[in-house]
Design a protein around this ligand. Structure first.
Ligand SMILES: NC(=O)c1ccc[n+]([C@@H]2O[C@H](COP(=O)([O-])OP(=O)(O)OC[C@H]3O[C@@H](n4cnc5c(N)ncnc54)[C@H](OP(=O)(O)O)[C@@H]3O)[C@@H](O)[C@H]2O)c1
Length: 304
């Protein structure tokens, strides 16, 4: 008969072991070569939303280097066309620019039809729902139109493109879907309520979807980056609020290339959540096990 002390030691040891596994194991699989990429057919295609800058552009560059044909979706035509030309020249792949505003229902439908067509013809291997943006300010102060645009870009577009890709992926028994969420999806986000909630949606949606798709050959990932160098924080809302990158300690930042490397290397390993960077996993782990009252007190002290 075990004593209480022995039970507590066993539970404590198991908890520490579990936490260490969550923290450190991804460091190994996020650095090892990607099982998804290494089993790609000779001609593979990825469609990436929000490909005109930041993480989306880094996905496009990395996949083109792997020999993928790419379909690049965003609003800024010149950026997309310049990137497509650059990738075609460097890697002798096919690259197509598709101008679309994913906050507009008709543009979402147009891109979804394109995704369905490619997937049904067996010409799409990877869908990356990456387009996104942030707002700054309390829910009651940010114009409703901006909040609804965010829901459309983060949620509606991702859901519709995913649904459009799936029948073709399932028929072929191969496909990858990366939904770019954020570590913000793991916590309440006062001052960014819709952002955190829409990213939480993508995390939960990806987890449920992967459970439904178990054994189908289709892999779903919810990619949860932390602070990443990109144009995200150059948006007018952040500039108006006086956001400065240098007030965030440098060790909390990653490059878009680091985020993309971690994501692609983890895809196909049976783990839905990809949190690039040990520091980001530590933040999520701590934030999700710390009692809410302590989190609130820390927030109050930090003024956020
Ligand atoms: N940077 C970070 O710290 C960070 C952290 C966690 C998660 N994320 C997420 O990572 C994703 C990529 O962001 P990023 O950091 O790479 O920022 P970014 O450089 O600003 O890129 C955002 C991309 O989304 C596109 N986009 C925005 N609104 C769009 C719309 N209405 N229709 C179509 N495309 C639209 C932009 O293209 P156009 O302007 O040309 O349309 C751009 O290509 C986002 O989902 C973001 O929430 C970023």
């Amino acid at each position: 008969m075990k004593t209480l002390k022995q039970w507590l030691t066993a539970i404590g040891g198991a908890t520490v072991g579990w936490a260490a596994w969550r923290l450190f194991a991804p460091e190994f699989w996020q650095r090892a070569p990607s099982p998804f990429l290494s089993t790609a057919p000779l001609r593979a295609t990825a469609l990436i939303t929000g490909a005109s800058s930041g993480i989306g552009e880094a996905f496009a560059r990395r996949l083109a280097r792997e020999g993928y044909d790419v379909v690049l979706v965003a609003r800024r035509k010149e950026r997309l066309e310049a990137l497509a030309e650059d990738l075609k020249r460097r890697h002798t792949i096919a690259a197509q620019a598709v101008v679309a505003d994913l906050s507009r229902a008709e543009d979402i439908r147009r891109v979804a039809d394109m995704v369905a067509g490619l997937a049904n013809d067996g010409q799409l291997d990877l869908l990356i729902n990456n387009a996104g943006f942030g707002t700054v300010g309390h829910f009651v102060d940010v114009p409703m139109s901006e909040q609804m645009n965010m829901l459309a870009v983060h949620v509606e577009a991702s859901v519709q493109l995913t649904r459009a890709a799936l029948p073709g992926f399932l028929r072929r028994r191969r496909g990858g879907i990366i939904n770019v969420a954020s570590i913000a999806g793991w916590f309440p986000m006062p001052g960014n309520a819709m952002y955190g909630a829409s990213k939480r949606y993508l995390i939960n949606f990806s987890q449920s979807l992967q459970a439904e798709l178990e054994g189908s050959g289709v892999f779903v990932q919810a990619l949860c980056p932390g602070f990443t160098y990109s144009e995200f924080h150059d948006a007018p809302a952040y500039r108006a609020a006086g956001f400065r990158r240098d007030v965030i300690p440098p060790f909390l930042w990653q490059t878009a290339e680091q985020v993309v490397e971690a994501s692609l290397n983890q895809l196909g390993r049976g783990e839905v959540i990809c949190i690039p960077g040990l520091h980001n996993r530590a933040i999520v782990l701590l934030g999700t096990v710390t009692p809410p009252a302590i989190v609130r007190a820390v927030r109050r002290r930090a003024g956020v």
